[in-house]
Design a protein around this ligand. Sequence first.
Ligand code: AMP
Length: 217
Amino acid sequence: MILVLLGPPGAGKGTQAERLAEEFKLPHVASGDLFRENMKNKTELGLLANRYIVEGELVPDDVTIAMIRDRLERPDCENGVILDGFPRTLAQAEGFKDILAGMDRTLDGVLYIAVPDEELVRRLSGRRICRRCQTPYHIQFNPPQNHRVCDICAGVLYQREDDKPETVRARLNVYRQQTLPLIDFYCQYGLLTEVDGSGDIETVTAALSEAAHGLNK
Ligand code: AMP
């Protein structure tokens, strides 16, 4: 199954993609995580991406599409993948179509996680991430058991530079301008299912899981 999670920054795509990946035994591929990994390792791609990410802008389409193509060609994606954060522009959606056609695969569905704006800002500003294993927490809604330490691997938690208020606003603008048109794009192919993302984590997981099972039929 090839599934895309679409939604604004802060909709919970990372947390939910991780859960779906576990349930369906598929890899979770997050473009933002791939960029951050490259930034951490100071690769050429990481240095390039960093310039855009710190401003809350999108990394250019050609670079992003090439990175995802490489990732999808790895053997662990043979049975499918849960994509989170890609595609994010119409050009990426077209590029994605070409990648899949080249691999003789098709997209099964796009789950759109809808969340109101005020809620997004609240969620993003409280988000903390484990520096070691990337598990996301929220200081209010999903706090770690020990202050500032990951429950899973005991790594130190940090606030992403781009979760600070000015960058959050820039990211939401970019989302509205560049990513929202994907809703119509995928609707037109009958691939889009909207899920209410404003409830608690468990409720949203249940709704997404039900929608994903529906696609499998
Ligand atoms: P995320 O972790 O998905 O919120 O992504 C963090 C940042 O990485 C974004 O604000 C962009 O700068 C960059 N990024 C992630 N995915 C993409 C993408 N599909 N296209 C372009 N830039 C991306």
